[in-house]
Structure formats: C-alpha cells, structure tokens
Write a protein that binds this ligand. Sequence first.
Ligand SMILES: [Zn+2]
Length: 221
Amino acid sequence: MASSPIIKARICPHSECGVGSGMTLRSDRRIHPDFQTSPSFLLGNAYIHEEAWQCHMCKRTILELVGWTYGENGPEECWRRTVWPDPVPRTLGSDVPERIRNLFVEAAHAERVPPYRLAGAGYRATIEEICKDQGATARTLMAKIDELKGRLPDKLIDDLHEVRMVGNDTLHQGIAYSADEIADVAEMIEEMALVLYVQPAERQRKAQARQQRRDEARKTP
Ligand SMILES: [Zn+2]
C-alpha cells in the first residue's frame, strides 16, 4: 500500500495566490551532506534537505530548505526557509518616516538568516526610532517607551516593550528565537506603523478630498 501523502497548512507565498491553503509534499531530497559519500544518518550530525511542496489552491510549487539534526529522539528540525518563490522582504508604507522604514527593511533582510540576532536587534532599533519620532527623549529605550504612556494606546506600549525585550534577548542574552517568533515581532511593528502613520495619513487624505469637493461645489453657481 502506498503511504499517505504528507500535507501541511500554511499561507501560500506566491503573491498571485497568498491564501491559507493545504500543501502536499511532492519531493524531499537531502542536499547536505552528500548522499553518495555519507548515506547513513549519524547521531548529532546536521543535515539540510530540500522539500518541494505544492499549493492546493494555485498548484504552484514552493521550495523550502530545512536544516535538522539527528538527535537521540530522532530527527529534530532546527530551521526552515522558503527559497522559491524568492521571499520578498517586508516593507512599511510610504506614509512611515524614512528613517523608520529603512531600519525596518534592513531588519527584515536579516529575518532570512537564523538565529535572527541581527533581525531582533534591527527591529529593536526600528522601535527606538518610532519612539523618537513620537517625541520620546529619555536616554534608554525602556524609559523612552514609558515616556509615551498615556500618549499612545496601552496595547501599543505593551508591544513596544515586547519588541524591546526580544531585541535585548537575541543580542545580549543569546536567547534563540524561532522564525515564527521573529515574524510575530515584525508583525507587531507593521501594526504600529498602521496605527501611528498609515491610518492618520489616510484619514487626512480623505478629509482633504472632501474639502476639495466642498470648495468646488461653492465655486459652481
Ligand atoms: Zn498557492
């Protein structure tokens, strides 16, 4: 009897698709170490596999590299990243001040490289810039965030502290975070940018458009 196919759920990374979907594993190939020279698995060794998945919605292929070690309890996955389609680094909208956007993009590039120390540090630097832009002047980042209490929503203050702590952990404490956890941090910043810059700019554009219509209506007799 043929073994049942391996299926997982994830957001399809193809921009034309981009929905949550089932994926079927079509092929799984070891690319390191070379299978010809070391065909057996050795305890404690690190392996890299190339997995090809097919999205159930758009039928396109997604290629992932997976790093894992062969431990006492069997294989243990250490990291995984998408190599096809070419992952597009995160960006913030043009309503966000340039210094904040630039730091965020640099951090987003580092999000491709485990163990994500520079991504953690970069996202921390991004929120420090957000705090300064919001008028915080205290010396440390912790004090800057506390300075903004009462001026920004409580949820946003909590998120700022969360990003700050992840940055500290990855850089100074050597605590390893998973790709998902670093992605969470990036998403918190995307949400902050939306609340602090994108939505106010959007409201202002709409108000201007309404005013323009009023002005034009007044001109016509
Ligand atoms: Zn798809």
